[in-house]
Write a protein that binds this ligand. Structure first.
Ligand SMILES: Nc1nc2c(c(=O)[nH]1)N[C@H]1C(S)=C(S)[C@@H](COP(=O)(O)O)O[C@H]1N2
Ligand SMILES: [Mo]
Length: 411
């Protein structure tokens, strides 16, 4: 996408809104939208463990090696074989262990960052929670560069990793990627990386600092916080913590529109416009547009399945996507938009909008509603033309059901 095209589109959009506003002078400006970069501590926190690792302090925190000075990550190889899954074990020329005093530490990782640092704008989304957790600019070093510190390796088919878990094996939260996903990133595509900064500042303890894994294309469960062990194995099986929860542990982020809860239960005086707002995540299949549907209802709430003919044949209307910002003013100082993965290296704007595996806000304004009860729904349509939640028959690869908010117009 060329910059001239982007700015022209924005110009048209702004003018169209402006013209509408001047015709009916009572119309309010577009609603205030949340920031594109969620502040670190405003993320919705999804952490297991008792106590939660980020509540540790003082001596306990140091013991857990969760301060920048004490952080260490071991890198070892799986010495076991298990017929028929593995016939020869994985090997690593130079494992990195606490016992040998050569485990990966923060200065080593930052040193690698001088040459290999990557930045990625990622929406964090739990596979099992129907609201985005936040979006940030994550910075760090690709996992493949870190593994190169261990010399020659052989018979590796999967890379497991896990975080601090109160030294209680039952609390371990672990995940994995395949050898190919780790090492064979297409040029300009998205590598798995060890993140040490979020929005330009050191990663907070709550977000998984000092160092967390980021798997750009996946739901949050792959992005292990308080990273402390990387384990290469010749076992091709996925042993993610989420695999045991009946999820698809190799799924991708889903294209999905979420509707803000603020509309729920509101009583809006007749004559006042209604804003439907929310956020849309661009998953594997991208976003073509977001659309909404208002349904007038009598009495109490009634469920409507996502494949109900009434819903499928409803008069869905287009929403506006938030316009792109001036990226240089939004990104942290020192991060050039042209260096951000999935941004155009020439003009510094995302290759798609919203960026792939990122999100932006959308909104629609409705006026002239008659008094009564209403249901507001929104859904995304992906670049294949599939309306949410298609094409999946099940939700175990990530929530993207159609959300509903109920409000009333009162006279
Ligand atoms: N060590 C560890 N990493 C973890 C988790 C955890 O409980 N422990 N939760 C995971 C899940 S299920 C999600 S959705 C994300 C949430 O990230 P956030 O708390 O930064 O929003 O972290 C992931 N990483
Ligand atoms: Mo999650």
């Amino acid at each position: 996408m060329k910059p001239a095209h982007v700015s022209r589109r924005h110009f048209i959009r702004a003018t169209a809104l402006g013209a509408a506003a001047s015709l009916t002078h009572a119309e309010p400006p577009p609603p205030e939208l949340p920031p594109l970069l969620t502040p670190d501590l405003d993320f919705y926190d999804v952490s297991r463990g008792t106590p939660k690792p980020h509540t540790l302090a003082g001596e306990a925190l140091t013991q857990a090696r969760l301060t920048p000075e004490t952080w260490r990550c071991e890198i070892t190889a799986d010495a076991f074989i298990e017929d028929p899954h593995t016939k020869v074990p994985a090997t690593l020329e130079k494992p990195r262990t606490l016992a040998d005093g050569n485990a990966l530490d923060l200065p080593m990782l930052m040193e690698l960052g001088k040459k290999h640092e990557v930045h990625f704008l990622k929406a964090m989304q739990c596979l099992n929670i129907d609201t985005p957790l936040g979006q940030g600019l994550w910075s760090g070093v690709p996992l493949r560069e870190v593994l190169k510190l261990c010399g020659r390796m052989s018979n590796v088919r999967r890379i497991y990793f896990w975080g601090y878990h109160n030294d209680d094996p039952r609390q371990v939260f672990k995940s994995s990627v395949s050898y190919t996903q780790c090492f064979e990133t297409a040029p300009g595509d998205l590598p798995v990386f060890l993140a040490y900064r979020l929005n330009g500042a050191p990663l907070s303890l709550e977000r998984g600092g000092p160092v967390r894994m980021i798997v750009p294309w996946s739901h949050g469960y792959k992005s292990i916080k308080w990273l402390r062990h990387i384990f290469i194995t010749n076992d091709p099986r996925n042993n993610d913590t989420y695999a045991s929860g009946n999820n698809d542990p190799d799924s991708f982020l889903k294209t999905a529109a979420y509707v803000d809860k603020a509309l729920d239960g509101r009583k809006i005086p007749v004559g006042q416009p209604v804003f439907i707002t929310g956020q849309v995540i661009s998953g594997l299949s991208g976003v073509k547009h977001v659309e909404y549907w208002l349904r007038r209802v009598e009495g109490g709430p009634q469920a409507l399945a996502d494949d109900d003919p009434e819903l499928l044949n409803a008069p869905w209307k287009p929403c506006q996507l938030e316009t792109q910002p001036q990226w240089t003013t939004v990104l942290p100082k020192g991060v050039n938009p042209r260096q951000v993965l999935a941004f155009d290296v020439h003009n510094g704007t995302p290759l798609s909008w919203p960026p792939r595996y990122g999100m932006c806000s959308y909104y629609a304004m409705v006026s002239d509603l008659k008094p009564g009860r209403y249901e507001a729904r929104a859904r995304s349509v992906d670049l294949n033309g599939f309306a949410q939640p298609e094409p999946r028959p099940l939700q175990k690869t990530g929530k993207n059901g159609i959300q509903v908010r109920r409000f009333e117009i009162v006279s």
